[in-house]
Design a binder for this molecule. Structure first.
Ligand SMILES: [Zn+2]
Length: 268
């Protein structure tokens, strides 16, 4: 594909209910033509399946986010497997989070994460991982349990730059939230700079994680006053990404397109 891929977003969310067609058209005009749409909970699966059939370029992912892994129905693993087997889909968004308050305990998250990772391995599907302040535990699980052959994405990577190499060696891919590209985020820039070029991807995490000006040219204000992110905003960070990596923008985008196609090969 000659367009970029938004490797991690949530286009099924209510924020896009009234204008998803326009949002996608705007992304395509800006060079982004594939959208890896991640579930947060079982309740999202149907909507994700629907929009993936409705719009070309949407790649579905089914999974349970660590924030929503409490009180899962008996047999949830079978339900998840059903959605995965009946679609060309990745496993996401799954992961571990020791940063956010008021979410299920890490032990519960670890259990649910491992079961989903096992499904990704069994079915050979790429896994889309959320990890906040739990990188040591994540690394241990990935090492002990094993990773899917197709690899895994660390979306909005926020771990130490020193873990990029070891995680890449396990099959890790890396994408970064748009706020990381702001001029004062020097630590993030250092991490962005050390990612192996064949493991770098681009994400928006729409409708969340909107960047500051000038990295949100297509953001509208939501009813809660915050800005809504959308995939077209990726076009506003490609230049700064190339500058941080010290490479030409066109070469880097060719590489990133190749990386996305390789990573998604089992499901697109
Ligand atoms: Zn997300």
């Amino acid at each position: 594909m000659d367009l970029l891929t938004d490797i991690h977003c949530h286009l099924h969310e209510p924020d896009f209910e009234s204008d998803l067609g326009e949002v996608i058209a705007r992304a395509v005009e800006n060079g982004i033509g594939r959208f890896v749409c991640n579930a947060g909970a079982i309740a999202d699966f149907e909507q994700i399946s629907t929009i993936a059939k409705q719009y070309s370029g949407i790649v579905p992912c089914f999974g349970i986010h660590p924030w929503y892994c409490n009180d899962l129905p008996v047999g949830w693993q079978g339900e998840l497997a059903y959605w995965l087997v009946s679609h060309r889909a990745g496993v996401g968004e799954i992961g571990l989070d020791s940063w956010k308050q008021g979410i299920p305990p890490l032990e519960v998250q670890m259990h649910v994460f491992r079961e989903q990772l096992a499904l990704a391995r069994e079915l050979d599907r790429p896994a889309m991982i959320h990890c906040l302040k739990a990188y040591d535990v994540l690394y241990q699980i990935l090492t002990d349990d094993g990773t899917p052959i197709s690899g895994f994405l660390l979306h909005a990577y926020s771990g130490p730059w020193t873990m990029v190499g070891p995680l890449a060696a396990l099959g890790g891919r890396f994408s970064f939230s748009h706020p990381c590209f702001a001029p004062d985020r020097k630590k993030a820039h250092k991490t962005i700079a050390v990612v192996p070029s064949d493991r770098l991807l681009l994400e928006s995490d729409s409708p969340d994680l909107v960047g500051p000006e000038p990295y949100r040219p297509y953001s509208i204000r939501r009813s809660d006053g915050r800005f809504r992110n959308e995939p077209a905003n990726i076009s506003a960070i490609t230049q700064v990404l190339a500058a941080i990596r010290g490479t030409s923008q066109s070469e880097l985008m060719q590489q990133i397109k190749k990386n996305a196609s390789e990573f998604l090969a089992p499901i697109v």
